[in-house]
Design a protein around this ligand. Structure first.
Ligand SMILES: [Zn+2]
Ligand SMILES: [Zn+2]
Length: 334
């Protein structure tokens, strides 16, 4: 089968790899669509995965083959698949920090979503495969995982719909936060970016205000109750700390490059400002997002897919996403 194999940040190849073998307890899925995540870009740029790896974890596909012990799914069924599962019983899981669970970090689809086929190993079959109704399109379903990550972040921040919320970064995750915040009745949402077209899109989706940080000084934004950082840069985190109100909340949602250091006045924390973050999502939020998408609570979700490309054009899609101009979510079709 074909897959996109990572060797280094500048050496990524669309090439033949072995189709994974499954055991009696696994499922083989033929990938129909796989979304490009900010963390995929991070791993490529930072070279933080092993050469020979296949990335991609936002997957929708069709069950091609199943082990003989699989009774709750059928060959040909259209499914959403996610890649990590917590044990639900360790110290981390009991405290709700599921993504720190060792099973969560060990489990994965094989070889990765940027491939024609993936093996869904037995640990993932029970909680991480959702059968899709006809009412949910592939392009909506492929957004379950990234929406679930933003949703987990929103739940963790405990947002009051009355809050003045600033989202730094109007890329896919900033836009998904905006869409989800609208579903809980938040209205005072402003987005900050350096690309006008991205900000224009945020306005169309109901942001109250948008600001191009290249044109407007950060101090104009001061007084936010909640600041969500969905751009992976030191400057973005620094802005967030500058504009949050005393006793407000800063959520670091995007991963910053290795060795990023920030300096801030610890009295901010003494005066009850909260700095928090989230990493990834669990089957719990994925099921919640599945319900929200199926019931139409999240409107026009697939409008965030700006580029649809065949998987062989992976490098083209990666370039578009990295340039962050007129793009939002990039989707690949094997
Ligand atoms: Zn992701
Ligand atoms: Zn656990």
């Amino acid at each position: 089968m074909k897959a996109v194999v990572f060797y280094s940040s500048y050496h990524i190849k669309y090439e033949d790899v072995p189709t994974p073998d499954i055991t009696d307890n696994d499922i083989l899925v033929k990938v129909t669509i796989c979304g490009l995540c900010g963390t995929d870009i991070y791993k490529i740029q930072q070279e933080s995965v092993q050469p020979g790896s296949v990335l991609g974890h936002e997957v929708v596909g069709l069950i091609e083959e199943k082990g003989k012990n699989i009774h709750n799914f059928n060959v040909g069924e259209r499914v959403f698949v996610s890649h990590h599962v917590p044990c639900f019983s360790c110290k981390f899981c009991k405290k709700g920090t599921f993504s720190l669970c060792s099973l969560f970090q060990k489990t994965n689809i094989e070889p990765g979503g940027f491939a024609e086929f993936i093996k869904v190993p037995k640990e993932l079959v029970r909680n991480n495969v959702i059968s899709l109704p006809d009412s949910l399109s592939d392009e909506e379903a492929v957004l379950i995982e990234p929406f679930a990550c933003a949703w987990r972040n929103i739940k963790r921040i405990q947002i009051d719909p009355e809050d003045i919320i600033t989202i730094i970064g109007a890329g896919p995750s900033g836009i998904m936060h905006l869409m989800l915040l609208k579903t809980i009745g938040a209205e005072n949402i402003r987005l900050v970016d350096i690309v006008d077209s991205r900000l224009e899109f945020a306005l169309q989706l109901g942001a109250k205000d948008v600001l191009n940080i290249k044109k407007v000084k950060a101090h104009k934004l001061k007084g936010s109750d909640v600041v969500i950082v969905s751009a992976g840069s030191k400057e973005a985190v620094q802005y967030a700390l500058d504009i949050v109100r005393v006793g407000g909340k800063v959520s670091v949602f995007a991963q910053t490059p290795d060795d990023t250091q920030i300096s801030f006045d610890p009295n901010m924390i003494y005066r009850e400002t909260v700095i928090l973050g989230t990493y990834s999502s669990t089957p719990i939020e994925q099921k919640e997002i599945f319900d929200m998408l199926s019931s139409g609570k999240i409107k026009d979700a697939s409008s965030i897919i700006s580029h649809r490309l065949p998987l062989k054009d992976f490098k083209k899609g990666l370039k578009v996403a990295t340039e962050a101009n007129n793009s939002c979510k990039i989707a690949f079709y094997p």
